[in-house]
Design a protein around this ligand. Structure first.
Ligand code: GDP
Ligand code: MG
Length: 179
């Protein structure tokens, strides 16, 4: 497909190892790669979806290794209509860092950017869980985050939902002239 009505930029942020690249690959290629693809530099993914009969080209930016150096540049954030803040439900620390990632996004992205909280690796055994969905839900509400979902890049649970619901939220803003 080559024609579309809108092009929407997403960024994915969060600690290294939470599954950002796997979420991107699951959404764009519908596969899970268990190996760790350590790439330095920003990488992209694209996929077309339709919202309200409109064709939307999603251009998704992945930090690809730079998150550990906190060297993400302003150009990464610029023009992002959607921002996925990802933590790993089995790694408490990655959830505690979400407030830092949120501050970064709020500082550098557009004030209308749709911010979404994503608790990844929901396929893991409950005994591995270090963050309850209730507290993440509460954090999202308290911080004005549009949407919270737990996902699994491995089983593909909620992956489609998180990317599509973000686009629906952005599309509402486009219609109302905020973008
Ligand atoms: P990134 O550094 O945030 O891009 O994380 P990666 O996408 O490279 O994933 C880090 C590690 O977590 C890899 O070993 C993946 O196989 C694993 N992983 C990613 N997503 C999931 C998931 O949903 N469930 C499970 N069990 N493992 C995952
Ligand atoms: Mg990565």
């Amino acid at each position: 497909m080559s024609s579309y009505n809108y092009i929407i930029k997403y960024i994915i942020v969060g600690d290294s190892g939470v599954g950002k690249s796997c979420l991107l690959i699951q959404f764009t290629d519908k596969r899970f790669n268990a190996g760790r693809e350590l790439t330095i530099g920003v990488e992209f993914g694209t996929r077309f979806i339709s919202v309200d009969d409109k064709q939307i080209k999603l251009q998704i930016w992945d930090t690809a290794g730079q998150e550990s150096f906190r060297s993400i540049t302003q150009s990464y954030y610029r023009g992002a209509a959607g921002a996925l803040l990802v933590y790993d439900i089995s790694r408490r620390e990655s959830f505690e860092h979400i407030s830092t990632w949120l501050a970064d996004v709020r500082r550098h992205a557009n004030p209308h950017t749709t911010i979404v909280l994503v608790g990844n690796k929901s396929d893991l055994d409950e005994s591995k869980r270090q963050v309850t969905s209730e507290e993440a839900e509460r954090f999202a509400k308290e911080n004005g985050i549009a949407l919270f979902l737990e996902t699994s890049a491995k089983s593909a649970s909620n992956v489609e939902e998180v990317f599509v619901k973000t686009a629906e939220n952005v599309y509402e803003k486009i219609k109302s002239g905020e973008f």
